[in-house]
Design a protein around this ligand. Structure first.
Ligand code: BG6
Length: 510
């Protein structure tokens, strides 16, 4: 990997969970792997009063608990890393706080022999979205932002999710950010794009020639995209109850997966070439209208159950969740891509919390062969059962046990022509003896390097919200919400399986 230029990295929301679980461990790993310069400094900014020393202790504790390289408490490498971390107490709406921040950063530059007029800044907005625009406005007012055309230094801002809660709020947010920052300085993060196996979707499709000719309506019958989680709301009930599965997972991570699976090959791997194709693809999906919401989607909410022997209470009993909440913890959707390549091929998306197991997978199901050559094998029941052809299926497993599986019909050895589906499988872990970088490592490094390929552009976020807006409105307007309960530890509501199976049968894809 390329080594980053020096930069001061300011994390807004430094007392939050994401900072401790993901951001600090990612920065530590990058430093450990020699990918950050020694002149890199990290400044945490949050409302809570704290000294640099207290912040460093918290950082070291977080690294012992969450870093993937598991450093020992009190070890030299922890001390070296934490000594480059500083803390600034402040309010997000106080210009004094932002001036204090500037003073601190300029002083740190001076100590490191960096000319402030040539200093790089990466601002990480890991706060609730309600303060994103305010922070950026304050940064602008207090002279933190450099000219995007200035080649001697750069300023970039990584913006965490949720990026708005509907189309209107997302557009307002974009407007707020772009009144201060140029689009080239804004890095909207979606951590799914930092996952190695998600990037491998592009490598698999565009770095090889065998599957691409089949990647269309002529050969593909339908596509399933599943993001199943075994976890519940994990102490984030307040946030989640205001969000739900559609906003939390579909609008961002799942539509990104869909875009990578279905987009046209980009002309190059340049950031805008890739993002243009994703936007084109997402724009070709007709948004589900309010009145179609029950024909195209099923939503569910988990009730008490057991996952891996652990008793899970009803969603409604989770802290921060309203007792009469109709927030969906599960959603299944059918989308179409109305373009030359995919017209008529349904894409089924399914995600939920408190399901049987954690599994993110894309399954591409191919059409049956035009002639059922082996259908004559019907002389006894067992054989009939085995002789029935299953369609070929290609599975791209994003997590866990990352890999690719191709299911093909094979002849069972013996005197009769009996076929059984068997898998050709490739498992990342067995093939590469390298531990892949975590998603945040990859994305933070890309932002420092100025590569925005794996970040979401303004038009992309807006088109993604356009797609889910009608569903949100349709659900909000239902007098009696159609929400199906499912037991925690199952694969979601029965109604979702029924909806997808019936649809596949109806469209003649089975
Ligand atoms: C986050 C959602 O964006 O992604 C969480 O807010 C979800 O609710 C998480 O659990 C899933 O990410 P991963 O990487 O564990 O699949």
């Amino acid at each position: 990997m390329k080594k980053a230029e020096h930069a001061t990295i300011v994390i807004f929301g430094a007392s939050g969970d994401l900072t401790k679980r993901k951001l600090i461990p990612a920065l530590f790993q990058l430093a450990k792997d020699g990918l950050l310069t020694e002149k890199t400094t990290i400044v945490g900014f949050a409302r809570r009063e704290k000294s640099h020393e207290q912040f460093r202790v918290e950082i070291e504790d977080a690294l012992v608990e969450f870093s993937r390289s598991k450093p020992e408490a009190g070890s030299g490498e922890l001390k070296v890393f934490s000594s480059s971390c500083y803390y600034q107490t402040g309010n997000y709406d106080s210009s004094k706080s932002f001036h204090n921040l500037k003073e601190l950063i300029d002083k740190l530059d001076e100590e490191r022999g960096i000319d402030s007029a040539k200093a790089n800044r990466l601002f990480y907005l890991s706060t609730p979205p309600s303060v994103f625009s305010g922070i950026v406005a304050m940064l602008g007012q207090s002279g933190h932002i450099s000219d995007p055309n200035d080649r001697s230094r750069w300023t970039r801002a990584i913006v965490e999710k949720p990026f708005g809660r509907d189309l209107e709020t997302a557009c307002a947010l974009n407007k707020g950010l772009s009144s201060v920052l140029d689009e080239s300085q804004i890095y909207r993060i979606d951590h799914y794009l930092g996952k190695e196996t998600v990037q491998n979707i592009m490598a698999f499709r565009f770095g090889n020639s065998i599957f691409e000719p089949l990647w269309n309506r002529r050969y593909v019958s339908h596509v399933h995209i599943t993001v199943a989680e075994a976890v519940c709301v994990e102490g984030r009930g307040g946030y989640y109850d205001n969000s739900g599965a559609l906003r939390d997972m579909v609008q961002n991570h799942m539509l990104q997966l869909l875009a990578l699976i279905a987009m046209e090959p980009p002309a190059s791997f340049a950031p805008d070439a890739v993002r243009d194709e994703k936007v084109k693809l997402l724009s070709a999906i007709p948004p589900i209208e309010m009145h179609e919401v029950n024909e195209c989607s099923v939503r569910g909410q988990y009730a008490a159950g057991t996952i891996n022997g652990k008793l899970i209470p009803d969603y409604l009993r989770e802290g921060g969740v309203k007792p009469s909440s109709v927030t969906e913890t599960f959603v299944a959707l059918k989308l179409h891509v109305d373009n030359w390549r995919w017209a008529g091929v349904p894409f089924y998306l399914r995600t939920g919390k408190a399901l049987t197991e954690r599994l993110t997978e894309v399954n591409i199901e191919f059409r049956q062969p035009p002639l059922a050559l082996f259908s004559h094998i019907k002389d006894d029941e067992a054989i009939e059962e085995r002789g029935r052809m299953k369609p070929n299926m290609l599975s791209l497993r994003v997590q866990p046990n990352e890999g690719i599986r191709l299911s093909i019909g094979m002849k069972v050895p013996g005197p009769k022509m009996i076929l059984e589906p068997k898998d050709m499988e490739f498992c990342y872990e067995n093939v590469f003896d390298i531990e892949p970088p975590g998603a945040y490592e990859r994305l933070i490094l890309d932002a420092i390097l100025g590569d925005s390929t794996l970040f979401i552009r303004q038009d992309e976020v807006e088109v993604a919200w356009t797609l889910v807006n009608g569903i949100l409105e349709g659900w909000a307007n239902e007098e009696l919400p159609h929400i199906h309960l499912y037991r925690a530890g199952t694969w979601g509501p029965y109604a979702a399986d029924e909806f997808i199976d019936n649809d596949i049968r109806k469209t003649g894809a089975l």
